[in-house]
Design a protein around this ligand. Structure first.
Ligand code: GAR
Length: 217
């Protein structure tokens, strides 16, 4: 069982998908601790409902990012966490944090990286007029949303999409791919080679293709 530390700032639907996958036995992992930098985050209630220990570590109570991150590392190590999962955690981690868990930090991002890194990416995708967006689980490196990509899901973007409708379409897929990425890790099937993640015994679907708008005019 891989011991997970999940870092959150908000509603925690991704956390819920991970908790549910653990409870269902569909991933060989358990959530050892959930840490939020926001005390009102609903994610904390989700963790408590699942009987998982929670901690609030507010960035506002630390003099700088290094001190805040040092406390996060100390809590995670205290719970013997192997894999750190950022799930809607809205702080950028320092190099000191990244080095404390080399190759053992994952993040989920609501766009198809390397397109649309950073914030407000769903509206940016709509404004750009892309036909597809999606979500990405990646290992975290010292850049912002730049780390090696583990798994992505693609969703269509429609002309009448709002930020909310696109968010919901993407979130549904986030909840599938995050537990999937964790399970690949738990099975020891992931290795990092340069900026690529290699997956052992990976099945290819040569026919996979999406076209939007469809060609049946
Ligand atoms: C998710 O859409 C996640 O991809 C995004 O925040 C949302 C959190 O939702 N993360 C980022 O934007 C990170 N830069 P949740 O709290 O319901 O899981």
């Amino acid at each position: 069982m891989v011991r997970l530390g999940v870092l959150v700032s908000g509603s925690g639907t991704n956390l819920q998908s991970i908790l549910d996958a653990c409870a269902a036995g569909s991933i060989d992992a358990r959530v050892a601790v959930v840490i939020s930098n926001v005390s009102s985050a609903y994610a904390l209630t989700r963790a408590q409902n699942a009987g998982v220990p929670t901690r609030v570590v507010s960035h506002k109570e630390y003099p700088d990012r290094d001190a805040f991150d040092a406390e996060l590392v100390s809590v995670l190590k205290g719970y013997d966490v192997e894999l750190v999962c950022l799930a809607g955690f809205m702080r950028i981690l320092t190099p000191g944090f990244i080095r404390a868990f080399p190759g053992r930090i994952m993040n989920i991002h609501p766009a198809l990286l390397p397109s649309f890194p950073g914030l407000d990416v769903r509206q940016a995708a709509i404004d750009h007029g892309v036909r597809f967006s999606g979500c990405t689980v990646h290992f975290v490196d010292e850049g912002v949303d730049t780390g090696p990509i583990i798994i992505q899901a693609v969703v269509p973007v429609y002309p009448d999409d709002t930020e909310e409708s696109l968010r919901d379409r993407i979130l549904k897929r986030e909840h599938q791919i995050y537990p999937g990425a964790i399970q690949l890790y738990a099975q020891g099937r992931l290795s990092i080679s340069g900026r690529r993640v290699l997956i052992q015994d990976h099945h290819h679907d040569e026919a996979a293709c999406l076209i939007n708008p469809s060609l049946d005019f």
